[in-house]
Write a protein of this length. Sequence first.
Length: 292
Amino acid sequence: MLRFPSRGIDLELTLKPSFILALFEKEEGSYRKIAGRSLGCRIWQKRGEIFSTCPAEEVEYYTGLWFLEVKAAESPHRRFSQLVDNLIEVYAGLSLAVDIYDPLYIFIAVFLSQNTSYRTNVLRWTRELWRTARDPATAAEAAPGVGGSFQLKRLPEVFRCVAGEWPRDPYQLRRFLVSCKYVGPKTADATLLFARAESSAAPVDRHFLNMVSRLSLFPGAGPPVPAYCKRFPCFDCPKRGSCIRWLASKYFRRLAGWVQTAFYIHDAEICSRSMCRECALKDFCEVGKPGE
């Protein structure tokens, strides 16, 4: 058993929005690996320490410890420094839990999350798939037998397209993934973030769009345009000046994926419940300003 100082990380908060949660199951206060590398190993937190039976290098990624150095070294553009400082204060225990050892398992979880509830449906589907299959390819082929949703029905075809050796360059990998039928920019960016630890990638989901709008972060910008994502790497894309994904990476830099994750939690737990009075970001918000 290994033990690590948690260094301020809240393990449960960090795992909750992460796609690696699909590879773990919570049992009696610990998280057990139920798919992929180091099957059966566990991680848990007690007071100010994290304990694990997983290999040390894996624990760094599964718990988000790896990201603390990135967060300490990176700074957003000064235009957004106060906002990010507030986010870091509010979500001090949040890190980025990723799994660079099981990219195809992560891709399956990400792909299945399209237009559905991650916690209600995706976690249920993946747990059933992992119980019936020992590898991601077999799990993908078995997906239509788990249910009738379009995500499950499409998974075998999509998986056959994305399987194989992935490009090492993140922009090449992004274009490779979006070249596959049914794979859009959000799926590609979430895969980059959670399967490659590419923390400059910010998946533009509905929560991110809501927060960008509420906080007036990138006026006039919209989500990535798939046709352009297939043709260009982000830095050469003619649409990059009006693309939220590119602007997030440009201004939040290697904090972009963390900011997106914090926005996901904030929109789901604060904004969607109209808790404007309690909101720590109300001074930045166009919706929740006093008197509105």
